[in-house]
Unconditional design. Structure first.
Lengths: 161, 303
């Protein structure tokens, strides 16, 4: 096992962010669209857990800001959501790293729930309120995808030599 | 399993404390949101950032465009021939109607000249294609590949071949966001082609349905009525089809339940038209009492 160089890690984070953002706007069939998991957010949580001293709050905030611009939302909306989730992950990291995968997924679900509640709240404040239950589906799909994100992230960062 | 990466730098003495950093960024986000909602100076920041993310949008759009191109290039001969025949037939029909249209347009122009009013006629159109990018599942917005560099402006009317499509809601350097008429936040003044009843068509969040909430039980609207844009408010050019009334239910005591289906192909259109036209100048409220003959004014009101 060979640790990646700092530069390679940084590069990986930015590439993953770009990939997450691409997946956030790639067209999906309309029935699948509301279920779209927040992969950029999941990737951010993963990196904050694995390398909290490289992928910090600035990284989280910028990912969110770019998402705002890409989706034409109020500037700062997703940025704030990403920031809050990143901060809580930072605070919980010592515990979360110890948890078995299922328990981690539950925490991730809570974080996603909080994130979507924030989005819902800001949507309401800015007058874009959509109140259907469908908007909470990404919380579930995101939590279900968490083990996959971990597996993918591990295989990317821990290359055996 | 999530594991801490190999990182041998000291933990303390790096950067600002986490909570302070968090609060600063949070305050910055809230500030941005407020500024974005209330003030328009922020548009410049958005424009700059949108230039940064433009390659991402293009990258997402590219495979879809490439597939279209490939399937288009390898289309078989019989299908092309079939398409060609159909298009020729449609063109013949359209030309036939156009002959009549030329006369009508000339007549219309003459009449408008008499009233010194040439407003409402599309002067310039620009074809824009819709980028294959999903913005938000709960809002009906699309992204066009034309932006400020092409002269697109906020509030510009967008049409497709069958009717009114929406209006530009945000302008970036090379792209523009369009809010569709079916978006729940959109409303457009319309007029029934048959009876001349004026009302407002509000989006419902369903691409096949507009709602007409301000129609009284007595008003003369029927299923199948074509609703045209009135041009009031100066956003949309007048006289273009918006929707067709699909359902009228006079159950309540004051307002009827009326729904209409947009004529534009909101979910299928790949290319749309950005329209420049001279908006009708709203007559300024006269400071002096109007002259004794109110007839011209009534005409102006009835278009």
């Amino acid at each position: 096992m060979r640790p990646m160089s700092m530069f390679a890690r940084r590069l990986l984070y930015w590439i993953s962010m770009a990939a997450g953002l691409v997946l956030a706007i790639v067209p999906l069939p309309s029935w699948l669209d509301p279920v779209r998991p927040d992969l950029a957010l999941l990737a951010m949580i993963y990196f904050v857990l694995t390398s909290p001293r490289i992928a910090g709050l600035g990284y989280a905030w910028l990912s969110g800001l770019f998402l705002d611009v890409l989706r034409g939302m109020v500037l700062g909306q997703h940025a704030l959501g990403f920031l809050v989730v990143g901060y809580l992950t930072h605070k919980l990291q010592l515990r979360m790293r110890m948890f078995p995968l299922v328990q981690q997924a539950v925490i991730v679900m809570l974080l996603l729930g909080l994130y979507h509640f924030l989005m819902f709240w800001i949507d309401g404040l800015t007058g874009h309120g959509f109140t259907g239950w469908v908007r909470w589906l990404p919380v579930l799909s995101g939590a279900l995808l968490w083990p996959l994100v971990v597996a993918l992230g591990d295989s990317l960062t821990r290359r055996s030599s | 399993m999530v594991e801490l990466s190999h990182d041998s730098r000291p933990i303390i003495g790096r950067g600002p404390p986490l909570t302070a950093y968090f609060l600063t960024l949070a305050a910055l986000s809230v500030g941005l949101m407020v500024a974005d909602q209330r003030y328009h100076q922020i548009d410049r920041i958005r424009e700059t950032l949108s230039t940064v993310v433009y390659p991402v949008q293009r990258a997402v759009d590219f495979p879809f465009r490439a597939t279209d191109w490939v399937t288009g290039s390898f289309a078989d001969r019989s299908r092309l021939r079939q398409e060609n025949l159909e298009l020729t037939a449609r063109l013949r029909l359209a030309n036939l109607q156009l002959q009549r249209f030329a006369v009508l347009e000339e007549e219309n122009r003459r009449l408008r000249d008499m009233r010194a009013n040439t407003a409402g006629i599309a002067e310039k159109v620009l074809v824009a294609s819709i980028l294959n990018v999903d913005l938000d599942p709960f809002r009906h917005r699309v992204l066009l590949d034309k932006g400020a560099v092409d002269g697109v402006f906020k509030g510009q009317a967008v049409l497709d071949g069958d009717g009114i499509f929406g209006q530009v809601s945000k302008v970036n350097a090379a792209t523009a966001e369009v809010i569709l008429i079916s978006d729940a936040e959109h409303a457009i003044p319309v007029q029934s082609n048959r009876s001349g009843v004026r009302t407002i068509a509000v989006g419902t969040g369903d691409q096949n349905k507009l709602s007409l909430p301000f129609v009284t039980v007595e008003s003369d609207l029927q299923q199948g009525d074509l609703l045209l844009s009135t041009g009031m408010g100066g956003v949309f050019p007048p006289g273009y089809p918006v929707a067709q009334v699909s359902k009228v239910k006079r159950a309540g005591s004051t307002f009827a339940l009326v729904e209409a289906k947009p004529t534009a192909k909101l979910d299928q259109a790949r290319e749309v038209l950005l329209v420049w036209f001279k908006a009708r100048v709203e007559p300024a409220p006269a400071t002096t009492p109007p002259p004794a003959t109110p007839a011209p004014r009534a005409q102006a009101g009835g278009e």
